[in-house]
Ligand binder design. Sequence first.
Ligand code: CTP
Length: 410
Amino acid sequence: MNDSRSDSGKRVILGVTGCIGAYKSALILRLLQKQDVEVYPVMTRSARQFLGPLTLEKLSGHRVIDDLWDDSSAEIEHISLARRGDLLLVAPATANVLGKFAHGLADDFLSTLYLSTQTPVMLAPAMNVEMWRHPATQENLKKLRERGVQIIEPGAGYLACGEVGEGRLAEPEDIVQAALSRLSADDSLKGRKVLVSAGPTIEDIDPVRYLSNRSSGRMGYTVAAEAARRGARVTLVSGPTQLQAASGIDRIDVRSAGDMAEAMLERAPDSHYVVMAAAVADFTPVQRQAHKIKKADRQDSPALQLQPTADILAALGSQKPPGQILIGFAAESENLEERARRKLESKHLDWIVANDITSRDSGFASQNNRALLLCADGSLTRWDLMSKREMARRLWDAVLTHQPTQTVKS
Ligand code: CTP
């Protein structure tokens, strides 16, 4: 095996185990290579039933190791390979390999490699829905997560066995994205607990109707992903969205403003950073009707009686423990700076990101954003149009260094 380094200098050991999704490992390998990552494939014996080693060998330019006993140097080889990688990524990972890793069984090359490596480990499970839900699998996953192994959650959909449900290997693009984030991780938030809220809330009127807003949740999800990339332990309290949380994030799903308040207030006291990026409904129906409101029952149009919801951010600000950094967002359609500053002060925030929601190319439901970042010390930074990912990066940079890039005293 040659010992080349790619331009990025990053090396991934790609473990492939035996399930129908094994063919996707070739695409994962290719996508990693496109990002200048050197890939060393390792296959289990059953993976070879689904994909010929020659495919991965030709694509990677490295001999595929699939047997602990295939030559006398193999024992040395797994130690040298274990030391050489920046990441061990197993995709797809079967229920069997999760069990072996969780219990420290080492009866083939891949499981022996796992035990001998110090590099970060990411697993992208793929299996039948019942196997995925089985308590044994869930316990193994729990054990692995507690050990710092990052799990790239499987998606839901049609499975090779003909059933529908969770267990489908995550999309190769998402797996590669998670691997790249891990490879470029820094540890500026290592050991810190970060609590983020994201998405809209839903206030039910009756079993079929509700009040909500246009928030996609993308800004909060990106802020959470960036914190995780920097080594934080992240909890994401999310209203209903179409998004998947980045791997390693503990996601709590909520629906209404009341649910979100409960989830945030319970978890905030022991968090180092709290980011309130959710678009929380300001009003909720006074009473949720248990049955669908029928038009035939009424002569007139029904009046919807609303009451204010609790302001979660203000509550977090009033009970902020010493040392905690509290970050809010503001959605404004006029007097952006002045109104955001008022929110920063009245809710006792350390930072606020203020968005102009009238702007067409940014904000709600967009990939991009432009905003003002205001700090409690009076400084202000203007962020022109940029991706939400870039904005999340700059937000954490600013908060962690406390030196906004372009400071103007207001
Ligand atoms: N927020 C909250 N709880 C609410 C409403 C808002 O925690 N019930 C938070 C949002 O998550 C955001 C900040 O408060 O971080 C500002 O939200 P925004 O909608 O801009 O302003 P409001 O405080 O709701 O005031 P207004 O609607 O009058 O602008």
